[in-house]
Design a protein around this ligand. Structure first.
Ligand SMILES: [Zn+2]
Length: 86
């Protein structure tokens, strides 16, 4: 009996976020960003904001959204993964 896993494969992107910088998929991208990419401009900006501040949330949201967009691009056959200059 064959059970297609394609639906499950797609759903992965609901829980995993792609890192904006290194393309890695992780469940806790916020933690990953701060741990691994603390030298990046956006993350330094983020770190300069007080914990739980509105600005901090906005910066995180931006990086998360961009990561998600990239994950979607990656999952489409003609998507271009590297849209940002590294
Ligand atoms: Zn990363």
């Amino acid at each position: 009996m064959h059970v297609s896993t394609s639906t499950k494969e797609k759903r992965k992107y609901d829980k995993l976020n792609a890192c904006y910088y290194c393309e890695r998929l992780c469940t806790d991208v916020r933690k990953h960003l701060v741990m691994v990419h603390k030298k990046e401009k956006d993350i330094q900006l983020l770190e300069s904001k007080p914990l739980r501040s509105k600005e901090r949330g906005l910066v995180l949201e931006k990086t998360e959204t961009e990561g998600k967009l990239q994950a979607q691009l990656c999952s489409s056959p003609k998507g271009t993964w590297r849209t940002h200059a590294s």
